[in-house]
Design a protein around this ligand. Structure first.
Ligand code: AQP
Length: 325
């Protein structure tokens, strides 16, 4: 069975972007692939996090994985920092990375822009991501479009290591899932769970009133035609994308349905649709979050991942001369 690895940062509560761009698709993979779903807390600390919130966000993310339909008996759900091989392999990956290629990463440029005291971890985020993926001999990495560049770098680092030391790493293929969901307040920017403006994203745990309010106050343009045009009408195009992904309906069919009805009616229906999709997920979430299910799944996941990760870590260390014999 081919191996899938995917990670999500517990840097906030996952958004519609994370759900529609990644999590929603994971459920179907479980029957055809050996799936590892990782809560990448070491990636989250590349920017400052409140320790108490971070701990809670990890449990919430695990419960949300399960609430959307990830079955811990079929897939491995685990926390990155509970598997030390990730950090060990990340050091190896850093040693085969060039500073120039890391500085060229769009995410590094975006997250460091205008900031003082940018952490070295923000720069070395991609070698840690490469380590996460390569440790498990991953064949396929399903991610949102925003992670394409990091995936290309992972392949570059794996190829470089294989050429310089030993041919041990599988070159992972990326599986780009769906479209990029944009901020509700600035449709030129992607929707992010750590956005300082809470109106810019919808979290999967927002209550019904908040979801409705955020959709109704989403930035659109002055022409009231519900029409997809990313260049001229990025706000409404983003809302159309969300509607289409939530409802599995084509953009053209939605445009036809709302022809002449204006933005008000469209936003009201989108809010109702979003609430109806998230209501059962949230109900299941609270049942899981308040039970032992989360910790049981994470304990089992960490045991399984620790065992699997040793194999390639040892091979990589051996190839580089780090093992004594
Ligand atoms: N806006 C988005 N549209 C589509 N897919 C998205 N993803 C993230 N944002 C969008 C996908 O979600 C998965 C998990 O992402 P992540 O948490 O590991 O990192 P991220 O891409 O940096 O997500 P955020 O929400 O923007 O986090 P912060 O605010 O902490 O930086 C990935 O597969 C990603 O493609």
């Amino acid at each position: 069975m081919k191996k899938i690895f995917s990670g999500i940062q517990p840097s906030g509560i996952v958004t519609f972007g994370n759900y529609l761009g990644a999590m929603k698709h994971f459920v179907d993979f479980q029957s055809s692939y050996d799936c590892m779903f990782c809560i990448v807390d070491q990636h989250a600390i590349t920017v400052p996090q409140d320790p108490v919130s971070l701990r809670d966000q990890k449990r919430k993310l695990a419960a949300l994985y399960m609430a959307v339909g990830i079955d811990p008996n079929k897939s491995t759900i685990f926390i990155q920092s509970e598997v030390p091989a990730h950090a060990q392999m990340a050091w190896i990956m850093q040693c085969v990375s060039y500073i120039g290629e890391l500085e060229r990463m769009t995410q590094f440029k975006d997250k460091s822009e205008g900031k003082t005291g940018v952490s070295a971890g923000l720069l070395t985020y991609p070698p840690l991501m490469a380590a996460d993926i390569l440790l498990y001999g991953t064949d396929i990495v399903p991610v949102g479009d925003d992670q394409r560049q990091h995936l290309e770098l992972t392949r570059t680092l794996a190829e470089r290591f294989n050429r310089q030391y030993a041919d041990i790493f599988t070159l992972p293929e990326s599986k780009i899932l769906g479209r990029r969901i944009m901020s509700l307040q600035n449709p030129e920017k992607k929707m992010s769970k750590s956005d300082e403006n809470a109106k810019a994203f919808i979290s999967m745990l927002d209550d019904e009133k908040t979801i409705t309010k955020k959709i109704k106050s989403a930035v659109t343009d002055s022409d009231p035609n519900v029409r997809f045009d990313e260049e001229e009408k990025p706000g409404i195009s983003n809302l159309l994308t969300i509607y289409s992904l939530l409802n599995d309906q084509s953009i053209e069919a939605i445009e036809k349905e709302y022809d002449g009805k204006g933005y008000g009616a469209f936003k009201t229906d989108l809010a109702e649709l979003a609430v109806s999709v998230f209501r059962p997920i949230q109900k299941r979430f609270y049942e899981i979050y308040e039970s032992d299910e989360v910790d049981n799944a994470l304990d089992a996941g960490s045991d399984k991942a620790n065992e699997q990760a040793q194999h390639l870590l040892q091979k990589a260390e051996e190839a580089m001369g780090l093992q004594r014999s």
